[in-house]
Design a protein around this ligand. Structure first.
Ligand SMILES: Cc1cc2nc3c(=O)[nH]c(=O)nc-3n(C[C@H](O)[C@H](O)[C@H](O)COP(=O)(O)OP(=O)(O)OC[C@H]3O[C@@H](n4cnc5c(N)ncnc54)[C@H](O)[C@@H]3O)c2cc1C
Length: 491
């Protein structure tokens, strides 16, 4: 969208964190906003779900930079979302994440200085690579202190060196495989391999967690409730259980949506906080040039996951204030697979929840591609359960005896696909890799006046990436001039 929207009525498609935060921001800017969500409940991947009475996380395990004067904290403050009500800080024992490789265990600490110390101790031969990466990280942290950096002339995206893959930078600096593997983890957090992960995304992700790291105090259901409450107290309207089946056009401009129920809602502008490939399906064929349509359709997705939610004995497996990654790397430091573990409390004093996540290819599930959640049959359920049991056996290497543990739920890429309309069940949407970065960035210029993109495909995935995407959507709706004047970043 190139010109600001004229008029006050905005429709936001999708009530994930991208949609709801855009909706709040636009309400604060005095727009009349309606959010439309296909699911019965709002929140998308931000929301937790309940199994055996336990709240299980989906897409918010931990976030970075939520401190008062840190980028995500400042953006939450601008929206009026109370951080203290929702999150607790991690890392009190000096660790945010423990990365366990066959030959090395590395603890990710809080702060760039502490990371420098830890890396120097673990990889004394990597002085050159470390100096460069640390200098970059300090510069990135400095820029990120002012979250308007992405929207100002100091925007680091303008420095094309930052588009190169992190793996290439480390190659050029002669980094050892061990250092490469440790520095590959932040790339995995946005679903991109080290060798194709733009330096800028690597640094933004790592810098954000080094500012400060946080976990939900309760669950994603509560986080969603707080976002919805804030939106509704600003006069916003949320329509649930009625997805958008078509974006309507008048005089070459997006002017409304038609819902599954055939309800028509007209608006002056539309923010689509959903996957771009899904947006294409909502537009008549002749609205988007064939070459543009093919370009979007051809974009590579990030990989999916299998996630297992396990009830464990709280006395034997206490809550961990850090996450554990058990990772397998090759001789070049490339991480091919691994497991993410998080142990959190539940509403029962005797039970904790162990979440295990590992990568899973969409193609591994293609036998069930044409089925829908809850109706995939016995064989699918058995396959899921076998994978879960094997993951539980592997988890014993880390947690000891888990024979008394009980598997409460297993989800696959197909679950995520059906739940939020994510093609191939991609966790982080379209891959922000160096090789397709320009195409991915161009998604922000949707070829239709009155329509703009928000959510994880706009600027970057993750909670922080989505918030940047929401501010960027607001900028497109009101124009850069008003945005600079009216958006208050102060704490
Ligand atoms: C397993 C997993 C773990 C993750 N862990 C973390 C983490 O620890 N920290 C972090 O920062 N990020 C994490 N992420 C990423 C983060 O969850 C996402 O980047 C973010 O939640 C995406 O928000 P969104 O609003 O873009 O999309 P979504 O949450 O997918 O929301 C899109 C919404 O649009 C709705 N929708 C789709 N089509 C239509 C339609 N036609 N009409 C109406 N509504 C529609 C969907 O139902 C959905 O509610 C994780 C993701 C996954 C999958």
């Amino acid at each position: 969208m190139r010109n600001p929207v004229e008029g006050k009525n905005i429709i936001v498609i999708g009530s994930g964190i991208g949609g709801l935060s855009t909706a709040i921001l636009l309400s604060l800017l005095n727009f009349q906003v309606t959010v439309v969500e296909k699911n019965l409940l709002p929140g998308g991947l931000m929301r937790s779900y309940r199994r055996d009475g336990l709240d299980c996380p989906v897409g918010v395990h931990y976030v970075g930079a939520l401190g008062k004067e840190e980028p995500l904290g400042i953006m939450f403050h601008a929206l009026g979302i109370p951080v203290d009500e929702l999150f607790i800080p991690m890392g009190q024992r000096g660790i945010i994440d423990r990365y366990i490789f066959d030959d090395l265990t590395f603890d990710l600490p809080i702060s760039v200085d502490a990371l420098e110390d830890s890396l120097s101790n673990a990889f004394p031969q990597d002085k050159l690579a470390m100096n460069v990466v640390m200098k970059n990280l300090r510069e990135m942290s400095r820029q990120m202190m002012d979250p308007s950096f992405l929207f100002s002339h100091g925007n680091p995206f303008q420095d094309t060196d930052y588009y190169l893959p992190m793996g290439e930078l480390l190659d050029s600096l002669g980094a050892t495989a061990g250092l490469r593997a440790v520095l590959a983890v932040p790339c995995n957090l946005i679903g991109v391999p080290l060798n194709d992960c733009p330096i800028i995304f690597h640094h933004m992700v790592l810098a954000s967690y080094l500012f400060s790291s946080w976990r939900l105090k309760e669950n994603g259901g509560k986080m969603t409730d707080i976002f919805v409450r804030r939106f509704e107290e600003l006069g916003g309207k949320l329509i649930l259980n009625d997805g958008v089946k078509k974006i309507s056009i008048a005089n070459g401009k997006a002017n409304g949506v038609i819902l599954e129920s055939d309800t028509i809602i007209l608006a002056n502008g539309i923010v689509a906080a959903i996957h771009p490939k899904v947006i294409l399906k909502l537009l008549d064929k002749d609205v988007v040039r064939e070459s543009h349509r093919r370009r979007i359709q051809g974009l590579q997705e990030t990989e999916g996951v299998v996630a297992v939610q396990v009830q464990v004995d709280a006395a034997a497996h206490p809550v961990m204030n850090h996450n554990i990654y058990r990772l397998n790397r090759d001789e070049n430091g490339i991480i091919h697979d691994g497991m993410f573990y998080q142990v959190q409390g539940t509403n029962s004093a005797n039970v904790n929840l162990l979440s295990i996540i590992t990568k899973s290819l969409y193609s591994d599930w293609n036998r069930w591609e044409n089925t829908f959640t809850g109706k995939r049959g016995q064989e699918y359920e058995e396959r899921k359960m076998n994978i879960a049991k094997n993951l539980l056996i592997k988890a014993e290497e880390i947690f000891g005896d888990l024979s008394g543990a009980r598997i409460s739920d297993v989800y696959t890429p197909l679950t995520i696909r059906d739940y939020v309309n994510a093609p191939e069940g991609a966790c982080y949407g379209i891959m922000r890799s160096s090789h397709q970065l320009l195409k991915a960035i161009s998604l922000n210029n949707l070829p239709l006046p009155g329509l703009c993109l928000a959510g994880q495909n706009a600027i970057a995935p993750g909670v922080m990436g989505c918030l940047f995407g929401s501010f960027n959507a607001a900028r497109q709706i009101i124009g850069s001039e008003r945005f600079t004047k009216e958006i208050k970043w102060d704490v």
